[in-house]
Design a protein around this ligand. Structure first.
Ligand SMILES: Cc1cc2nc3c(=O)[nH]c(=O)nc-3n(C[C@H](O)[C@H](O)[C@H](O)COP(=O)(O)O)c2cc1C
Length: 144
């Protein structure tokens, strides 16, 4: 499988998670076509990928009003029809429904999204491994 990762990060946790996820997928034999910022997407990397991962961070008032940061930019990413996808949000306390909101936006880009997970910023290694495990369990690998 070929994966492109598109990441929105303010203080670095989500970027670190994206790099970790990319590394774990590479260990499973996946090719990573790009790890790029949502605001500076590498269109060729997205086009070359058959799986797109979109990650951002949770913004809100910690217990209310949580939403994935950068949804406007994410909604303007290239159309992903025919590609599988998965999403993640990093958070500190309570992600609310951020993952569902992010997933809805990626579905509207035409991707066949498997859904996603919230990754606690203090448990990134364990939560990234769990996320990659779920991707590997649910990905549909095209017949060669
Ligand atoms: C302005 C602001 C608002 C935040 N609101 C929430 C929140 O409502 N709930 C939560 O769990 N974390 C919240 N966080 C924590 C971030 O989601 C968390 O630190 C995240 O990992 C940051 O990702 P980054 O390092 O990639 O920017 C907030 C952080 C900031 C800076």
């Amino acid at each position: 499988m070929k994966a492109a990762l598109l990441i929105e990060s303010l203080t670095g946790h989500t970027w670190k998670a994206g790099e970790r996820v990319a590394g774990l997928l590479q260990q499973e034999g996946w090719q990573i076509t790009g790890v790029n910022r949502v605001r500076q997407p590498d269109y060729a990397a997205v086009q070359a990928a058959d799986f797109v991962i979109v990650g951002t961070w949770v913004h809100g008032l910690f217990v209310v009003g949580q939403a994935p940061w950068g949804l406007g930019s994410i909604a303007h990413l290239p159309v992903m029809r025919g590609k599988q996808a998965a999403v993640f949000c990093t958070y500190a306390l309570n992600p609310g429904r951020s993952v569902d909101k992010l997933n809805d936006t990626v579905l509207r880009l035409g991707a066949d999204s498997l859904g996603g997970v919230a990754l606690h910023r203090a448990k990134l290694d364990a939560h990234c491994a769990e996320f990659v495990g779920r991707i590997l369990d649910h990905v549909v690998v095209p017949a060669a």
